[in-house]
Design a protein around this ligand. Sequence first.
Ligand code: DQA
Length: 145
Amino acid sequence: MRIAVLNGPNLNLLGQREPDIYGTTTLEEIEQLVRHRAVVSGTEVEWFQTNGEGEFVTCIQQIGARVDGFIVNAAAFTHTSLAIKDALLAVGKPLVEAHLSNIFAREEMRRHSVLADIAVGVVTGFGSTSYLLAFDGLLAHLENR
Ligand code: DQA
């Protein structure tokens, strides 16, 4: 099994960015947690972070054919990007949406995700653990198909 984890804008700043909301764990540390979980389960992981919407779309197009599914934290693009949604629909692989914060407990503009209705599921509000829960959920989904 091969899974891609896609991270959107400003997630490269985790650790120093609004730690009261996003915690103090860096994106590199989250990557290590997920990679460790992947080794234990015999899964390959491809890890990406970009601050650009176009680069996010290109990444989905380029790796879509070689992965079995996606974990997507599109960050602010979650709430706006039809381009990312269309790219995910185009490649047609299962995705789990993940967020560190609980987007439904935040400002009105963050309570809507344009990706949620095409996701297998959404994990939101568990800090870095959201990535591990998303990983387990996606793997279970892929294995039970
Ligand atoms: C986020 C939530 C988004 O609303 C925000 O724009 C982010 C991070 C999260 O992981 O909690 O950048 O996706």
